[in-house]
Design a binder for this molecule. Sequence first.
Ligand code: 13P
Length: 249
Amino acid sequence: MARRKIIAGNWKMNMTPSQAVALCNTLKDLVATDEADVVYCVPAIDIVPVVEAVRGTNVEVGAENLYFEDKGAYTGEISAEMLVDAGVKYVIIGHSERRDYFKECDCLLNKKVKQAFKAGLTPILCCGESLEQRETGVTMDWIRLQIKSDLVGVSADQVKGMVIAYEPIWAIGTGKTATTEQAQEVCKGIRDCIAEIYDTDTAQAVRIQYGGSVNAGNAAELFAQPDIDGGLVGGASLKADFGKIVNYK
Ligand code: 13P
């Protein structure tokens, strides 16, 4: 069965609440489609107004992070239950910016993935190699390690419903998109890894996105690859161009 495409914007630390609502209104008609799932992953403070602004449209809302404990004395953190109660459906986990700037390790990310599932959120689990790793030839070893570590204790049924985003770090925010062949090769490698850990059915069901300088000009070719089921889009998700990416065909 064909996998449904999923195209998500990662707003990162952009858009005040009022700017967020204005962007939702600008994009509303542009991102309308029956053919793909469309998600805006937004800063925590924008979640409530964005959920309201996209109500009745085809857009679902995602968070950019969560904490793995249920509740308690964790100043500044946000729980899965809070996200669900606010209307969030997806959560990005393990973005390279969080791995790098906030030193989030695979052991922590594994707890976050499990906590997301426990609350009924769909994780968008990110993985990806640095330029140095690519040049040294260890890309797939590194990504397999990330995937295997982040999914410890996660069931096949859970994996079938989740999203994995392959984002080469050197392609993020640089304008240097991976070639279609590079992106397809790693996304296939991730699917093969899932087949090894779980089974073929699980590997065929999990949706794998490419992220890293996706734009209106390269989306169609990337998303046409057999193992690329959509994109996780940074900079271009903050502009009207996101409509062209969503309606890439
Ligand atoms: P850019 O699309 O700005 O390169 O960002 C990609 C990204 O990090 C999405 O999570």
